[in-house]
Design a protein around this ligand. Structure first.
Ligand code: C2O
Ligand code: CU
Length: 484
């Protein structure tokens, strides 16, 4: 069956007519006085079990929204790249966007039509532990033919993703975006699109170790732990058949950038336009204007683009580690003379200009100060050298002790990267403070760099903490954070 048009339609978020109920200021930011009430930040102290500041799920339960996802193999049409049989949700790739309002009760019924077990993880949402979808940690895999109903309160508002957490299934196509809409956004926009950035393998994923470990060896992953991808895609489309984002002159366009890829961090820029970064991992930040940003696996950035330069412009996402042509989408004004930018148009931001830095970000929601933590972990991330393992403090999960914490503690985690690979480290069940922003995934760049974050232990259970390069994860770069 030809799924391509189907998949494409499903992957493009519908534009929302926002203008009607948003007040604009010169910078596009809604007056500060409304921010607390708008984003749940004001409620956060009340919603967190410890009374500490921070984003949390809303307390009052909204209406029940039910979605179904059937995980099953399907043939998808990748245009010029031909057709492929991959694993999908409902025969669509990426999986159709789940979109709910903040505070809605979300019931997601997952049916397993795969030949092996699976689970679904709701990446970034601080769900109750039993709903977190990590095989062997929070649930048994859903067996072939089986069904599991996940249910939780959707919140706080933000851009998230859902994906399989079983083995390497994420890199086989089992992923999709999840949007929890704000009741009152802190920035004004007229229209929005979700852009899912992904990397495409030529065949089913295999652990890198099984393919040999040459330093740059073909298919070996080498010192970076990244397989050889065939193409980079936006919303399931290859660069030869890019999705078009239709805009009108004068609009402010919100782009939700989501990176659920297996092992690719992207450098993203738009020709002829700057971006106001408004959210990091779904959390609202004071808008900062940049020419480009880097987005690691598991990260999300929302940006607002002022459509003030009519024409057709290239949106490009280049892999940090190189490889095939950058992922491609077109920002197309309704009155543009040409449907596509000139061939070979490269956004200025891929060559220079202001690149978003973590230090540029400052949270809208209140932050907890960097006071003396109740518990601290000092972790070394390594791998890619002498063995096929990727490790945290020399240990490869599951052969590694949990990191024990207690409810209510302020927990500090310091990570040092002793490898040549990039590690986007993701903590389940919590947002953490890194720099001056709330996030749930943070890049620890190669070259002995050091990153620290802290979080308040306010969501009891057993939570996975791991690198979001699915090959590093599979080769051991994970721990369980366990409440005593
Ligand atoms: Cu998106 Cu444990 O992952
Ligand atoms: Cu890693």
């Amino acid at each position: 069956m030809n799924r391509a048009r189907d998949g494409r339609a499903g992957s493009r978020a519908r534009p929302l007519g926002r203008r009607a109920f948003l007040r604009r200021t010169a910078g596009g930011v809604i007056a500060a006085g409304t921010v607390l009430e708008a984003c749940g930040g004001g409620d956060a102290a009340a919603t967190s079990g410890t009374g500490a500041p921070g984003p949390g799920p809303p307390q009052e339960a909204g209406p029940l929204r039910e979605v179904r996802r059937v995980a099953a193999p399907a043939e998808i049409d990748l245009g010029p790249l031909g057709t492929r049989t991959i694993w999908t949700y409902d025969g669509r790739y990426p999986g159709a966007e789940i979109r709910v309002r903040e505070g809605d009760r979300l019931r997601a019924v997952v049916e397993n039509g795969l030949p092996e077990g699976t689970t679904v993880h709701w990446h970034g949402i601080p769900v109750p532990n039993a709903m977190d979808g990590v095989p062997g940690v929070t649930q048994e895999p859903i067996p072939p033919g089986g069904t599991f109903a996940y249910e939780y309160t959707a919140g706080p508002a933000g851009t998230y993703l859902y994906h399989s957490h079983q083995g390497l299934q994420l890199d086989r196509g089992l992923l999709g975006p999840l949007v929890v809409e704000e009741r009152s956004p802190h920035v004004a926009y007229d229209r929005e699109y979700t852009l899912v950035l992904d990397d495409l393998l030529p065949g089913p994923p295999r652990p890198l170790a099984a393919r040999g470990m040459g330093p740059m060896g073909p298919g070996g992953g080498g010192a970076l732990g990244i397989p050889d991808y065939e193409a980079y895609l936006v919303n399931g489309r290859p660069p030869a058949d890019p999705p078009a984002l239709e805009v009108r002159s004068g609009e402010r366009v919100r782009l939700r950038l989501v990176n659920p890829s297996g092992a690719t961090a992207f450098h993203v820029a738009i020709a002829g336009h700057r971006m106001d970064v408004t959210h990091a991992d779904g959390r609202p930040v004071d808008p900062v204007t940049v020419d480009a940003l880097r987005i690691g696996m598991g990260e999300r950035y929302d940006v607002v683009v002022a459509a003030e330069h009519p024409g057709a412009w290239a949106i490009r996402a280049a892999a940090l580690h190189g490889g095939p042509e950058p992922a491609y989408a077109v920002l197309r004004y309704a009155d543009a003379a040409a449907a596509r930018p000139p061939d070979g148009q490269v956004p200025e931001g891929l060559r220079g200009g202001r690149l978003l830095q973590l230090d540029d970000l400052s949270a809208v929601e209140p932050l907890e100060p960097w006071s003396e933590p109740d518990r601290a972990f000092d972790l070394v991330l390594s791998g890619g050298m002498m063995s096929s393992a990727w490790t945290i403090d020399g240990r490869a999960y599951p052969d590694a002790e949990p990191l024990e914490i207690r409810a209510g503690e302020l927990v500090r985690v310091r990570m040092r990267n002793a490898s040549m690979g990039l590690h986007p480290m993701h903590l389940h069940g919590h947002f953490f403070r890194v720099g001056d922003v709330w996030k749930d995934t943070v890049n620890v760049p190669p070259g002995m760099s050091e990153v620290r974050f802290q979080f308040r232990a306010d969501n009891p259970g057993r939570w996975f903490f791991h690198c979001h390069n699915v090959y590093h994860l599979e080769a051991g770069m994970a721990r369980v954070v366990q409440y005593a």
